[in-house]
Design a protein around this ligand. Sequence first.
Ligand code: MG
Length: 251
Amino acid sequence: MAAIGRFQKGDEIFHAKVVDGELFRLQGDVFGSPSFEKKPTPFKGLRTLTPVNPSKVICVGLNYADHAREANKPLPKEPLFWLKAPTSLIPDGAKIEIPFATHRVDFEAELAVVIGRRVRNVTPAAAARYIFGYTAAQDVSDRTIQNAESQWARAKSFDTFTPLGPYVETKIDPHDLTIQLFQNGQLRQNSNTSQLIFNCFDVVSFISTNMTLLPGDVILTGTPSGVGAIESGDRLEVRIQGLAPLVNTVK
Ligand code: MG
């Protein structure tokens, strides 16, 4: 497999492989051993959905040293994680909605891990076997609420606060990729996943000792420094090396 997306045409929802701008529909279970149609399906008339429909979205925080510094927080000794409501997910191209005009709401570019097989209590060395692939995400955050509360679920779970996609790349080394966020064409965040304090395999292992991870579950691995406020009309683009860009606007 390679870049896998999820699409809708009328009432029908299906996964497909995206190769050089062409779609090849998948048959069978995307997390099993699917086959692909030989003939491409036209893109026209299709809606791009989030590439998976997870049972849970887990966020790792303060996982880049430079972001922990800008947030004035000590580096965590173990991965720090919390849950984000799956109803906050939106696909590539959809609008992020600011819930309160007076609140500060920030962008956060993140590499997302997508789980491929049910897993519990896995070691970091064995974690890769349970990962389906990687995609781009944002952990949009209402800082006004986040700074006022000790739990972060509310600040980060508003509808539209988790852009994800457009596709899951199943064949990529996740640990040496540039990760960037552009706000209206201006570079705001610029780092590399080699700077992760706990890498993708560490976080899958750690979370799996706490809760069972299911196929399609999504883990956001944290954001580098450079986070900033968003405003209505903004165009936000997450660019991660080797992945299709994730573009969303704000209203
Ligand atoms: Mg985050």
